[in-house]
Design a protein around this ligand. Structure first.
Ligand code: FE2
Ligand code: FE2
Ligand code: FE2
Length: 417
């Protein structure tokens, strides 16, 4: 199977997901992408190289998925976790062929310029990685000033960059940046409304590209790994939900293409959880009303992130409806009955099953039989679909193994199919 998606939009969606990690410090990747592109235009790069530079700017911090780590990286010039997120981000991109060419730049986006001669990295890559580093640190220095006195603070920021020329940053990149940032317009362009417009305008130029199912799955895994790494309790959740959803879809006799898309929707369903602070997701005790309300935003956030990608329309709805219930009392859209298709119902059951099979801060994992009893009670309350739960019952042990990954069933290798 192949699907046609807009890759530029998918990259922007990934950058939206990374923004969610920032919680209150959003737009970091977008500002870095924007500044890198402005500098890149003075470097005589080809259109394709500029496009890549913009994309790597958007995605450079894809190895960060805890809000704590994000705060440290933004607030400190050389914070802890620097090396880790560079390696992790580079590894993640390397697993998705359409973006694998950005991997080395991400790997070295915190490397000081004077260290490159000791490394086996091409001149071109070193220059682009160092450019990302430079504008990344400019943004970190600017963060405390965005909502107040950026135009006044810009002088200090420029002085800092100048002092680091030759050690942290390549001298010619520093000169180029000093020229470019010597006016108010450069700094004012970093405000959210102007940035969003800029990104929207670029998106209109991006193309639809056919990607194969294994590639789509890798893209979804890229999203899912960012989400799953956020909390040890949700680590395997998206993967397990996706495996079980696909297994049940196959047992329900759905077409192979639909089964593949259901698996992708399973991988993506909890994307919006990135916006929930770590301390709420990992809280050992009962949640307050405010905390519950915060968690309940997540499936709407999933919807908002995915709906921007042309080509993923079905998958978007299947993922976004995973907390809707047949009686219309779910969230966030309060869809009911026939509005919830079999695909959605399969994902909803798989999500609950996988969550119950996992250890959580506040309870032990449930056994297959206990999970089935819970699912039955949800069917009784008209929350979940009875026929899908019948399927679970017919394949209870395999469903449990599929959801937990403790004994991987055949679909573990579905990437090759
Ligand atoms: Fe970084
Ligand atoms: Fe960064
Ligand atoms: Fe969820």
């Amino acid at each position: 199977m192949s699907v046609t998606i807009n890759l530029g939009q998918a990259i922007h969606a990934l950058s939206d997901v990374l923004d969610l990690v920032g919680v209150d410090e959003v737009f970091h990747g977008k500002r870095v992408g924007f500044m890198a592109l402005q500098c890149g235009r003075d470097l005589d790069l080809s259109d394709l190289a500029l496009e890549n530079l913009f994309h790597v700017g958007l995605l450079h911090d894809c190895g960060v998925s805890s809000t704590h780590a994000h705060r440290c990286l933004i607030n400190e010039m050389d914070g802890e976790g620097v090396e880790f997120h560079c390696r992790k981000g580079s590894e993640l991109l390397g697993q998705f062929p359409p973006l694998a060419h950005l991997q080395t730049i991400v790997r070295y986006h915190h490397t000081h310029w004077d260290v490159f001669p000791t490394l086996d990295v091409s001149q071109d890559t070193a220059r682009l990685a160092n450019l990302i580093y430079l504008v990344d640190r400019v943004d970190a220095l600017a963060v405390p000033h965005y909502e107040s006195d950026l135009l006044l603070a810009r002088h200090t920021i420029r002085d800092t960059v100048w002092r680091l020329s030759g050690s942290y940053f390549a001298p010619n990149l520093v000169t180029l940046f000093m020229d470019l940032s010597d006016n108010e317009a450069f700094w004012l362009s970093l405000e959210p409304r102007h940035l969003i417009r800029f990104i929207y305008e670029r998106e209109r130029e991006s193309q639809l590209v056919p990607i194969t199912f294994p590639e789509l799955r890798q893209l979804a895994l890229l999203f899912a790994r960012i989400v799953d790494a956020k909390s040890p309790y949700t680590m395997e959740h998206s993967l397990g939900t996706a495996r079980l959803a696909r297994f049940l879809a196959e047992r329900a006799g759905l077409a192979i293409e639909t089964c593949e898309k259901i698996e992708v929707a399973g991988l993506l369903h909890d994307l919006g959880k990135l916006q929930v602070p770590d301390e709420i997701l990992d809280k050992p005790g009962a949640l307050t009303r405010e905390e519950r309300a915060m968690i309940q935003r997540h499936s709407f956030e999933t919807y908002q992130i995915l709906r921007g990608i042309t080509g993923l329309e079905d998958i978007t709805l299947w993922a976004a409806y995973h907390h809707e219930t047949l009686d219309g009392h779910g969230y966030p859209f309060h869809r009911r009955g026939a509005e919830l298709t079999l695909e959605v119902r399969i994902i909803a059951v798989s999500d609950v099953f996988q969550a119950l099979a996992q250890r959580r801060p506040y309870r032990k994992p449930l056994s297959p039989q206990e999970i089935l009893e819970m699912l039955r009670s949800f069917v009784h309350q008209n929350h979940l679909d009875g026929e899908v739960v019948d399927l679970v019952e017919q394949h209870l042990q395999v469903s449990w193994e599929t959801a937990t990954g403790l004994e991987p069933p055949s679909m573990e290798n579905s990437q090759d199919r």
